[in-house]
Structures are given as structure tokens and as C-alpha cells.
Design a binder for this molecule. Structure first.
Ligand code: GDP
Ligand code: MG
Length: 226
């Protein structure tokens, strides 16, 4: 085995160990956690802004906003009403890893958190390989990206539990077929839960908010079985 492969394996197993610790810590507090992944510009921050505006008075939502440079997304999320928003600037790395999350977690009051959402760096490749201790990865795809992307980036769609198709308000101007993208994604991962939304018009978002509420309640029920 080459030295590079051995080193990659070591880094990944160290990441998996840290991610398992994070998952246990979140589990112990009954916090539902998600890792948002997508290409740059699919609408991760837009979906988080909408989610905060709708649910900030119902659930206590903590956010970690990852980016290669700038804290712009964190500022957008604070402007949308985020009470616990932590920027995580990688300074060049194309993905977040569990070590980075471990460093910011102490800045979040987990006793005052129902849901933790991490916005990963915009990239459909590298973030697929790094467990951050989340309950699930949520992959976004917008209608300008092409309905073949699940086939081109299968690891991301295989490791995600949810696919959100965003920007359906501009569907008629794009060569993007909803049925084709769903077929392609389900071919990679038949267990995907799929939402079709527009963060601009709000279409489809009620189902997303309902589903989020169900996940948070399920997590709390698992902690305090009656
Ligand atoms: N038309 C349309 N534009 C959107 C929608 N959601 C996001 N955008 C725009 O897409 C661009 C990228 O969105 P952003 O949330 O920053 O994406 P991120 O890089 O994945 O966080 C911004 O100009 C948004 O205003 C949508 O549903 N419809
Ligand atoms: Mg963003």
C-alpha cells in the first residue's frame, strides 16, 4: 500500500473517532443535527435563512457556517434571526472535518439547542468523505446545475439522507427535468427523502418545516421515552 493511501486512511479514521465523540455528545443532549452539502450557490444559506425566519420561535437552532473565506454567510444567518451562529473559515480547505467542528462546539450552548445545522463548504466532492458527527447529510441541488449531477457525484448522494431540489421558481428557463434528477438520485440511493422547493417564493417549504419538526420531536422522544 502506498504511503499516501496509508496516511489518508489514518486521517480518516482519526476523523471518524472524533465524529463518533461529537455524535455521542449531541445524542446525549437530544439535539437533531444536519450537515448541509452542495455546490457553491445551490442555496444552502438561503434555505437556512428561510428556516430560521420560520422556526426560530419554535426551536432553538444553532448554526455553524463553514466557508473557505469570509464570514458573510454567518452574517446573513445572524440577520435572519440566528441566535447561535458560529463562522468557521477553513482558510483554503475544501471541506470541514470533525476536528474543526470539535473546536467550535464549546462556543455553542448545547443545553440551549434543539437543532444544530452545519453549512459545509460548497463542493460536491470532498465534504462527502468527512463525517462531522451529524445525524444526516442534506444535499442541495438547484435546477441550474443539471439533472445528471447525482450520477456524476454519487458519493455525495449515497451518503446523504435528504435531497433538496432548490430554485424550482426558475425551472421553466432551465434544461432540468425534475423526474430525471429524482430517478438519477434514487438510482444512487433509494432511501433519499426528497423535497422540491424555492427559497425565493417559499414554494414547497412547508413540507420541509414539518419534516424538520418531526425530526426534532423524534430525537427528543428517543432521549425521554415515556
Ligand atoms: N431564483 C432563485 N434564486 C435562489 C433561490 N435560492 C437561492 N437563490 C439565489 O442563489 C444564490 C446563491 O444562494 P446561497 O444561499 O448563497 O447559496 P450557497 O452558496 O449554497 O449558500 C443567491 O443569489 C440566492 O439569492 C431560489 O429558490 N430561487
Ligand atoms: Mg452559503
Amino acid at each position: 500500500m502506498s504511503k499516501t493511501i496509508e496516511m489518508q486512511k489514518k486521517v480518516l479514521s482519526e476523523n471518524d473517532r472524533l465524529a463518533a465523540d461529537l455524535r455521542r455528545a449531541l445524542q446525549d443532549k437530544g439535539i437533531f443535527s444536519m450537515n448541509f452539502v452542495s455546490s457553491p450557490g445551490s442555496g444552502k444559506t438561503s434555505l437556512l435563512e428561510r428556516t430560521l425566519q420560520q422556526l426560530r420561535d419554535t426551536w432553538r437552532i444553532a448554526l455553524i457556517a463553514g466557508d473557505v473565506q469570509t464570514e458573510n454567510d454567518a452574517q446573513r444567518l445572524i440577520a435572519a434571526g440566528g441566535q447561535q451562529v458560529k463562522p468557521l473559515v477553513t482558510g483554503g480547505s475544501c471541506h470541514l472535518d470533525a476536528r474543526m467542528i470539535e473546536r467550535v462546539i464549546p462556543e455553542i450552548d448545547l443545553d440551549e439547542t434543539d437543532m444544530l445545522i452545519v453549512e459545509n463548504v460548497g463542493n460536491l466532492v470532498c465534504p462527502a468523505g468527512y463525517d462531522l458527527g451529524e445525524d444526516m447529510k442534506v444535499v442541495l441541488i438547484s435546477v441550474t446545475e443539471g439533472d445528471d449531477k447525482p450520477l456524476k457525484y454519487p458519493a455525495m448522494f449515497r451518503r446523504s439522507s435528504v435531497m433538496v431540489i432548490n430554485k424550482i421558481d426558475i425551472l421553466e428557463w432551465c434544461d432540468f427535468d425534475l423526474e430525471t434528477v429524482k430517478k438519477n438520485a434514487l438510482q444512487i440511493n433509494g432511501d433519499l427523502t426528497i423535497f422540491e422547493v424555492s427559497c425565493r417564493t417559499g414554494e414547497g417549504l412547508d413540507k420541509w418545516y414539518d419534516w424538520l419538526g418531526q425530526q426534532v420531536r423524534k430525537k427528543k422522544a428517543a432521549l425521554n421515552p415515556s
